[in-house]
Every structure is written in structure tokens, then in C-alpha cells.
Write a protein of this length. Sequence first.
Length: 426
Amino acid sequence: MTLKKKKKETPHNFATSVLNYLNRSCTRLFCSPPTEEEKPRPSMLRHLTSKIKATGPITVAEYMREVLTNPVTGYYVRNNMLGPEGDFITSPEISQIFGELIGVWIISEWMGAGQPKQLKLVELGPGKGSLASDILRVFSQLRPVLGKASVSLHLVEVSPTLSRLQAQILTGNCSQEADAEDEPVYRRGETAAGLPVSWYRRLADVPTGFSIFYAHEFFDALPIHKFQRTEKGWREVMVDIDPEKPDQLRFVVAPSPTPASSVLIQADERRSHVEVCAEGGVIIHQIAQRIAGDGGAALIADYGHNGTKMDTFRGFKDHQLHDVLSSPGSADLTADVDFNYLRRIAGRDVACVGPISQRTFLKNMGIDSRMQVLLRNCSDMGDRFHFFSLLQHSRLARPKTVQGLNMDKKSPAPLPVAGFTELSFS
Ligand code: SAH
């Protein structure tokens, strides 16, 4: 590690110098996770049809929750959905540079917050653990910059199978499952550099304190409710058994209001069809409250829009679009994130920046030369993939004296947030 902590470092020129450093080093150490034998699973379709026969049509949110995260038959219980052999591929799986950039962003925000002594990295939905692994590599290379800060990694992961893959890539054999099934921390481990890693099923179980939260393609996997505007008012879209084909499911519109249709639609809503991810809203609310109370920031990267799109619910299998209702449990289900909704739920206690397109974010991070593969992938993603951030209001205020940072006191501009404005390489 040759990068020295400079005295007159700002988060922005810090990010620039780190990128110069990264340009000269780093390769991801590929470590193939152990392949688990596929266990025979009871059919998800059978499970859903018995449920519907017993209690009537289910909401799309319940359908999505069962299909993706049912502890026995859920899609994420499988271990081979990510990557070229699986159903979809994500940016952290395409290139290590993606994770390195997020690592730089995190350190830059930690500096912007005055370099607190404790830094919790909280990742939601870590997949194979590649993003965390790339971030931690940047952290170990920049150890002198982090000084004596004590860093810990906290992973919110619902899938026991994926958590084992994450443990393998992040800690090798240095992790252990909790003895009791209901422990909030269901696995603990340590990286080779001695950094503690803990696994939780829910964000609510992660200890509080200054934290940088990040989530890549997590919010789009959370259950959405779907609503249709009708002559009688808003009605919830439900999943039912097709009366003509008992082994097939179909969408129906609830004849009367449901609890969700009564509370989740905004009075001034103009669209004719709306998707609302209430679970994502709950998580954003928790993150916003933690940032407002304890300090920190959040970076959310996902397919999404600003409250303009209508029907985005779709499935992916073998890298192809897949009908959301056919062979449930065999394909990934996803819906674009409504950033407008997240912003409204985050409320006034935090500042929100973005969403901006992934292409712009990555370009602003100043890594065109290192990013050919990812940038090519970005054009395929069009305008759908975005970065969105939650910050303490003080982070965007006119700079005063921030502890540990030596800034130009005459500057009227707030400190830029890396990625959301262009880095200057002067
Ligand atoms: N971030 C990774 C993986 C995205 S796939 C990447 O970009 O490559 C979605 C991830 O979220 C998986 O790890 C999945 O198991 C996890 N997940 C999905 N729903 C979840 C929930 N309700 N709570 C916690 N984790 C969840």
C-alpha cells in the first residue's frame, strides 16, 4: 500500500487519488464456493395453490414473498441464481471495479462525516458476497487512511444458502453458525485481516451506531403490492388459481378494497396502475431514522424510476424474461424500485440525493478507463439502473470545520458527494 493519507484531503480529491492508486493494482481473488447438492423441494406451485384454496386469492406481495424467500421452497434458497450459470448477473459479479468504487464512496462518506472512530458497513442482500469482498479489499489497501477506526461488516441476508457462500468468500473457514435457530446474529466470522463479520435476517437486528448502508439489487427483490384504477376506485391485483387450468395461476382484481389498497395509494396518484413496495418503505424508514440519529449514509443501487412507471413486475430465468406466474420458484422475480416512494418514506430527517443513472454515477466516479466492461453493460441497462443516497442534512450543508478535514473555509459550495457530481482530476 503506497497511498499515504494527505493532510489536505477532501472526500472528493481523496476519491480521485484512490482511483489513481486502484488503477495500478488489485485483482479479485476468485474463490469458487462449494457447490451444494440440490435437495428435492416440495413444489412451490402446490404450496401456493393449497394456500389459495384454503384462504382465497393472495396479494402479489404475498406471492412474491413466498416465491422468493419461503424458508423451504423459496427461490433464494437455491445457490446458483447469480452469475453466468444462473438466472441473472449483476454488476459486482461482472467486475471487481464496481465494488472498489463503492468502497471508495464509503470511505469518502466516512471522511465527510468527520472520520468517526467506529464504522459499521451494513450490506442488504449480499448475494454471493462479491461486492463486500471487493469493498473490503479496498479497505485493507487503504488501512492507513482509515487510521485507528474500527470497522465491522454486517450482512442482512435471508438465505442460509447464500450466507454460506458469503461466509466462504469473506472469511474462508473462519465463521460459525449460531447454536440456536432464533439468534438475531445467525452467523459470525472474521476476515483474514481480522475484521468481524455478522449475519442477520432483518435490518432491525443490526446494532446501531455510525453506519454506511449499501444495497445493490436488493430493493427490487422485495415484495410489491399491485393496484389497478377501476371505475369503482383503486383495487388490489391478486393471484388466484385459473378456474380452467387448476395447475396454473392468474391475476384477478379484488372486487372490494383490501387493507393495502386503502392505505398505500396516494390521494393525488395519476397513474392507472401502481406498484408499491411497502416492505422496502419500512426498511428505508429504519435506515433514515438510524442515519438521522447515529450518523452515516446509505447508497442504494437498483433498477428504478421516479414514480412514473406502472407495470414493471417481471421474472428472469436463464438470463431471459420469464412469465411471473409460471413455474413459481424456478425464476427470479423483480419489480423496479420507486425512488419517489422511498424519498417520501425517508422523510425530512435525512437528505436524499439522486436517483442518477448508473452510467452517470460511474462516470462521475472518474473511472472510464477502467470501466469498459461495466460501461458497455450500462448502455444495455439503459436508463433503468440508478443510484440513490440518503445522508444527514449536515453532510450537504455549507462546510464549517469538519474534524480531521482541512477544507477551504471560503468555499460557498457544500462538499460534493462522490458519484453524484463529477470528480475533478485537476
Ligand atoms: N447484491 C447482490 C445480490 C442481489 S440478489 C448482487 O448485486 O449481486 C438479492 C439478494 O437479496 C440475495 O442475496 C437475496 O438472498 C437477498 N434477499 C432477498 N430478499 C431478502 C429479504 N427480504 N431480506 C434479506 N435479504 C433478502
